[in-house]
Write a new protein. Structure first.
Length: 148
């Protein structure tokens, strides 16, 4: 994580993933805990995935990973978001579900009305962030970074 004392003017650390981004006054998400700069980069990555079929198979993992890396503040929606995206990651990475089957399971879990417990974030949320995925030079590199 970048050192707060070494920030330059116009830089901010995303409270979710801990990555350094240019300061932005843009929109953020209602309960996903991302800086405006990080949220904008996520939007660019998602636009890339929607605009080129070669990225389609990895889209669900991108969304799930981003949501889990940006848990936000304890609230019912934030708890549910993290829980559901963790379930989806588990089903895809550990159980071999495809994205469509994982989305179906997500919908069933969301429709259950269950109230999930708040999970404290680990000290480090991971080595990679959406910024690494954004910088990918090919669909193959993009997919590899999302999976990592």
């Amino acid at each position: 994580m970048p050192n707060l004392h070494n920030l330059l003017p116009g830089e901010e650390i995303c409270p979710g993933c801990g990555t350094l981004f240019p300061t932005s006054e843009g929109p953020t998400h209602a309960y996903i805990g991302a800086s405006a700069g990080c949220w904008a980069v996520f939007g660019e990555v998602v636009a890339r995935e929607y605009s080129d079929f070669r990225y389609g198979a990895i889209h669900q993992l991108t969304v799930d990973t981003y949501a889990v890396q940006h848990p936000g503040e304890p609230s019912r929606r934030a708890r549910q978001s993290v829980a559901l995206h963790l379930i989806s990651l588990y089903l895809q990475l550990e159980r071999g579900y495809g994205p469509e089957r994982a989305r179906d399971a997500l919908k069933r879990a969301a429709d259950s009305g269950k109230d999930y417990a708040w999970l404290d974030s680990p000290a480090r949320i991971g080595e990679l962030s959406i910024l690494d995925v954004y910088k990918a030079k090919s669909p193959e590199e993009h997919s590899q970074l999302v999976e990592e």
